[in-house]
Design a protein around this ligand. Structure first.
Ligand code: PDD
Length: 281
């Protein structure tokens, strides 16, 4: 059995308590139906990083799912970072909100069901700038997710299976492809490089609108790089000279291989993007 740490303060339905003391009903619709949404936020030196943008996305996800918690989500996240300062200077906070506990089991939900809110922090292990230069390898896999990947739903079964499939074949992560179009990795957005231009798939309903993706787009413009948001097809993968993935947890990470095709590191560009990103912390 996995050991759940007791030195982490969690939030669960109105109370702060040690993480190993949280227990959730099997009749929670999150467990039975994957009926819920979540958000991931990091803090650097005790300052939450672009918290408003994460909270706006959470609001959108909740609204789409018609889940309406009464509590102030921003306050909960800030309190979790504060109460877990002892874990380190760089923390990640997962906030999970399900529709709540409902009985009997039925697809539709009762009108009086109260959302379950659970949050906790941990110190993420991220690779150093130098270590990231090795780059990640991606395996293209069919994107079998639903048509609302812009909603940060807790139903991550396809994402998990995609990553496992890639790992089993000796790659680091999966690159999800829908009808010949490149979408995103199992848990991050993707950018490609050709000369002085960055290319990234359009932010429609088939990808998550990443907070880091937005930051990277702004950085690209500030760095006088051209940024093109458009459909990217698998046949084009060999035409790019480099690629990066980005997410709240992994920040900006170079990709040096997709299937058998090898990309160069683009070290100068990576250094510029990395420095500009760090300056935002
Ligand atoms: N994942 N795409 C997917 C499918 C994701 O799960 C994530 C984030 C991103 C990047 O979004 P952002 O830059 O806002 O973190 C893109 C988080 C880190 C996770 O689920 O753990």
């Amino acid at each position: 059995m996995t050991n759940i740490p007791s030195n982490v303060q969690a939030y669960y339905n109105g109370a702060f308590l040690p993480l190993d003391q949280v227990s959730i009903s099997p009749f929670d619709r999150g467990f039975l139906f994957g009926d819920g949404v979540y958000e991931v936020i990091v803090s650097y030196d005790s300052k939450p990083f672009y918290l408003d943008q994460h909270m706006e996305r959470l609001e959108r996800s909740l609204k789409f799912c018609r889940i309406a918690p009464q509590q102030d989500m921003t306050e909960i996240v800030e309190a979790l970072f504060e109460k877990n300062r002892h874990l380190g200077n760089h923390l990640a906070c997962y906030l999970q909100i399900s529709r709540g506990v409902d009985y009997p089991r039925q697809h539709q939900h009762s009108s009086n069901v109260e959302p379950t809110i659970f949050g906790y922090c941990f110190a993420p292990v991220i690779k150093s700038f130098e270590d990231k230069k090795t780059g990640l390898s991606l395996k293209t896999v069919a994107d079998i997710r639903w048509l609302h990947c812009d909603i940060k739903a807790i139903t991550l079964l396809p994402n998990g299976l995609a990553k496992q499939q890639a790992i089993d074949l000796g790659y680091d992560d999966a690159l999800q492809i829908r009808e010949g179009e490149v979408k995103e990795t199992s848990s991050g957005n993707i950018f490609f490089v050709k000369q002085n231009t960055l290319y990234t798939p359009e932010s429609d309903n088939e990808i998550l609108h990443g907070v880091t993706r937005k930051l990277l787009s702004e950085i690209a413009k500030a760095e006088a790089l051209e940024l093109v948001e458009r459909k990217i097809f698998t046949e084009e993968l060999t035409e790019f000279t480099g690629a990066f993935l980005c997410s709240t947890i992994s920040e900006i990470t170079p990709i040096t291989q997709i299937d058998e095709y090898v990309y160069s590191l683009n070290e100068d560009l990576y250094t510029r993007l990395h420095l500009a990103f760090n300056a935002l912390k």
